[in-house]
Design a protein around this ligand. Structure first.
Ligand code: GLC
Length: 663
């Protein structure tokens, strides 16, 4: 059906949504669409017998920042596939996910919902997630389009950003994700260079004409200020329905302020969305059982948990006595190890009890005390101190949770609450064999306690099967393989955005393309833990770099050997570094990554294919991508700051040639 077959009233009504979660179906004349949040699990609202709205429980997967820390395309795809089953069970046609906004400011309240400070990592994993979801019959909604990197005054603040930075960083993750053909995208609340995302004709044109997006653009909930201006710009569907906005649209239409063609363009895209959903409904069926979905949630946590520090205390040994403390060890509610807002999922399964699981795995004595000195109150702190003194190892479960990391508000600072910092310091003083398990959704300033503990495990918002995954890593049952998808800076003052994000009207992206490691590595900042960093119980060695070139292509190959420890997965990373460029270029840029399991003593061969595009920058002089002639270094390593192999290549006249290996 096309818009031409609908009356004007029907078309105008169609593009304004039905209610909070559905499009109109004109009593079955056209298919309706049901959409629900969110990126880390289905949040389908319902009304109980008392008429109260509530979120129905569903599998709570690890948050997207943990998925990103897995660097696993396979995990991203499986997460999409499993979420599709959760949606199909509840007749949800579109999952309002994933969020792919690049992480610019560690204080952003929604960083837990996003993937990385690097657009390639973010866009690549989003591609897999979307394709996994849609291949199983549920639509994705790529969000929040675009330059949505803070919650501070998000409904009105403008992100002030130059064109090159937009293209290379903030649009790039959407561009890569669009290759998965999401059937919808959600515009953000904020302005970009003064113009609301919901009215940003240039943004919609780029999305459609350059990124090949052929779905419907949906507003963020309440992001429409002027429905007519949005429709003329190319925003197809307002959500939720707003009677005031609808009436204004009708009046504007009658006043000739919006043409039939403009209304039809939006209506046609909404009709196409509805037909695509109806098509998927016909053939889709639930495939994974709930238990199998829980297994996916656990696998993602196992692969996304990052071992940040280990002076030898991990893995724990059978029979050791363990003192567990901190109320993250036994999260009483879903919001304890999760971010707040529309992404919060009511756990479907049992709450985990980390001390209990540890006791079962190690067979020794395990004690538990809640312990944090919450706001000056002593919560069995004395017991925690006694346990720490009398046990072999002290495991402190600290973090943030939805009370600190949430949609609608940014964090006050990068540190843990002071009573948690105090707990860690005091208990580590009593027993230096202390491991901190960190349940936080974004970078944390660990400077107040990092040096007094023997181990740090970044569990993140690891989902409802995260407790099992954490204990598997603590006991060595699983060899940690996660790596940071965002830098942990030493302190917030080192973050460029720390000086430009406190104006309620304008966030000035003065650092340009130098986001995350692109900034810290270019300007020589020490960081607590670098982008791409993560420890393993194995040791990997890189060797044998070869660069074979042919025309405008290069094949980079090398070997990675598991030289010590058990079988383990290693994330190998490839960066490029232009030499003597005529435009500012970051010190390095991620251009490839691969994760693979390597048996003890075995060697794996890794190959990356590069083309001229991988060396390009966006030139506003030509409004397009350019690869200048010149010398470029290829860097291969285990993290952005652990480069093992380097080679020099030359680009001349559109051809790549190998120059030499460098060290
Ligand atoms: C929220 C969020 C968006 C969510 C939507 C529906 O404000 O910004 O991510 O999908 O509204 O809850």
């Amino acid at each position: 059906m096309t818009a031409k077959e609908l009356s004007v009233e029907e078309k105008l009504r169609l593009i304004c949504g039905q209610d909070s979660w559905h499009t109109v179906d004109f009593d079955g004349k056209i298919p309706g669409v049901c959409m629900s949040d969110g990126p880390v699990g289905l949040r389908k609202v319902a009304v109980n017998e008392k008429g109260e709205w509530y979120d129905q429980p569903s599998v709570a997967y690890p948050a997207l920042h943990v998925l990103a820390n897995s660097w696993s395309r396979e995990c991203a795809r499986e997460m999409g596939e499993a979420l599709a089953d959760d949606c199909k069970e509840k007749n949800v046609d579109i999952l309002l996910a994933p969020g792919v906004n690049v992480k610019r400011n560690p204080l952003n309240g929604r960083n837990f919902e996003y993937l990385s400070e690097d657009p390639l990592l973010a866009g690549t994993l989003a591609y897999e997630y979307i394709d996994g979801l849609q291949s199983k019959g549920v639509g994705a909604c790529l969000k929040h389009y675009y330059v949505n990197n803070l919650e501070y005054n998000r409904l009105d603040q403008s992100s002030e950003v130059d064109e090159r930075t937009l293209r290379e960083i903030y649009l790039k993750s959407f561009e890569l994700a669009c290759e998965a053909k999401p059937i919808s995208a959600m515009c953000a609340y904020n302005r970009i260079n003064g113009v609301f995302a919901s009215e940003n004709e240039k943004g919609f044109r780029i999305l459609r004409e350059e990124f090949g997006f052929d779905g419907a653009v949906i507003s963020d909930w309440g992001a429409v200020h002027d429905r007519t201006a949005c429709a003329k710009a190319g925003l197809d569907l307002e959500m939720p329905y707003s009677e005031g906005n609808y009436n204004k649209l009708v009046a504007d239409y009658k006043a000739g302020k919006i043409a039939d063609e403009e209304v039809d363009a939006c209506a046609d895209r909404v009709l196409k969305l509805a037909e695509r959903c109806e098509e998927m409904r016909r053939t889709r069926k639930v495939e994974r059982t709930v238990e199998e979905r829980f297994a996916v949630a656990r696998k993602i946590a196992e692969e996304g948990i990052v071992l940040l520090k280990n002076d030898g205390i991990l893995p724990l040994e059978k029979g050791q006595s363990i003192a567990v403390s901190g109320d993250f060890a036994a999260p009483g509610d879903s919001a304890k190890i999760a971010g707040g807002g529309s992404a919060l999922v009511q756990w479907r399964g049992e709450r985990f009890d980390l001390a209990k699981i540890l006791g079962e795995k190690l067979g020794g004595e395990v004690r538990y005390a809640r312990a944090f000195w919450e706001r000056g109150l002593i919560c069995d702190a004395r017991k925690a101190m006694t346990d720490a003194a009398e046990c072999d190892v002290n495991v402190i479960c600290a973090g943030t949770g939805a009370g600190i990391e949430t949609e609608g508000r940014d964090r006050e600072d990068m540190r843990l609450p002071k009573w948690e910092e105090e707990s860690i310091r005091r208990l580590a003083e009593i027993n230096p064999n202390t491991v901190v398990v960190l349940f936080a959704g974004s970078a944390v300033d660990v400077s107040a306690w990092e040096d007094c503990v023997a181990g740090i495990v970044l569990a993140g918002f690891c989902g409802e099967r995260g407790g099992e995954a954490v204990t598997e890593i603590l006991t060595g049952e699983v060899n940690p393989s996660g790596k940071l998808s965002e830098t942990f800076p030493c302190c917030f003052e080192d973050v460029p955005a720390s000086s430009t994000d406190n104006d309620p009207c304008v966030a000035r992206y003065e650092e340009g393309i130098d986001v995350g490691y692109r900034y810290y590595d270019t300007y020589g900042f020490e960081v607590a833990y670098p982008f791409g960093f993560g420890l393993s119980y194995s040791e990997f060695a890189y060797s044998g770099l070869k660069v074979k070139t042919s025309g405008d292509k290069a094949e980079v190959s090398f070997s990675v050997k598991n030289v010590a420890g058990p079988a383990g997965k290693e994330v190998s990373q490839l960066y490029i570094r232009p030499i003597a460029s005529y435009v500012h270029r970051p010190e390095k840029e991620l251009k490839g990554f691969v994760k693979q399991e390597i048996a003890p003593g075995k060697t794996a061969k890794v190959k990356f294919a590069l083309t001229l595009k991988d060396f390009a920058y966006y030139s506003t002089a030509v409004d397009g991508w350019r690869t200048d002639d010149g010398l470029y270094e290829i860097l291969v390593g285990a993290s952005s700051r652990d480069i093992w192999l380097q080679a020099l290549v030359k680009i001349e006249g559109g051809k790549i040639s190998f120059v030499k290996e460098t060290d």
